[in-house]
Design a protein around this ligand. Structure first.
Ligand code: SF4
Ligand code: SF4
Length: 133
């Protein structure tokens, strides 16, 4: 998503410092399959665009901020000036962050989705069921 102005506070990609600024990690919406933001939106203002990204439709967003609470990754933002939610929309399939990064630390690639929590969830569910059996 590009706003046309240089204003880091409105950036939809943020950088986390680690260990006393010895390393950094950029993060933005992971376009998660669960799409908690879409589920939470009471007016259906979040669509999936042609690039496959969840995208806020400004003409439908009523600025309730429920999506900002629902996103577990902290990557749904709210613009008080416009009273609209906003997020990474993959810039239509050609992300500007990847274009701008001088060290190619950000690349845009189609990759298979990893089920990071599947094993943990199955193991935890099994443990909890033992408790109620
Ligand atoms: S802020 Fe907008 S996009 Fe987010 S939940 Fe509310 S209406 Fe939907
Ligand atoms: S904003 Fe959050 S909940 Fe919505 S698709 Fe991105 S990571 Fe998932």
């Amino acid at each position: 998503m590009q706003t046309g102005e240089f204003q880091p506070a409105k950036s939809v990609i943020r950088v986390s410092p680690f260990e006393g600024h010895t390393s950094y990690a950029p993060y933005t919406c992971v376009q998660c399959a669960e799409a908690w933001c879409m589920t939470a939106c009471p007016v259906g203002a979040i669509d999936i665009n042609a690039a496959g990204a969840k995208d806020v439709a400004d003409d439908r967003c009523v600025g309730c901020k429920l999506c900002t609470i629902a996103c577990p990754y902290g990557t749904m933002f709210y613009d008080p000036g416009r009273r609209k939610a906003f997020k990474c929309n993959l810039c239509g399939g050609d992300p500007a962050c990847a274009q701008a990064c001088p060290t190619a630390a950000i690349t845009y690639e189609e990759v298979a989705t990893e089920d990071w929590l599947g094993d943990f969830a199955a193991e935890r569910t099994a443990r909890m069921l033992v408790g109620v059996a």
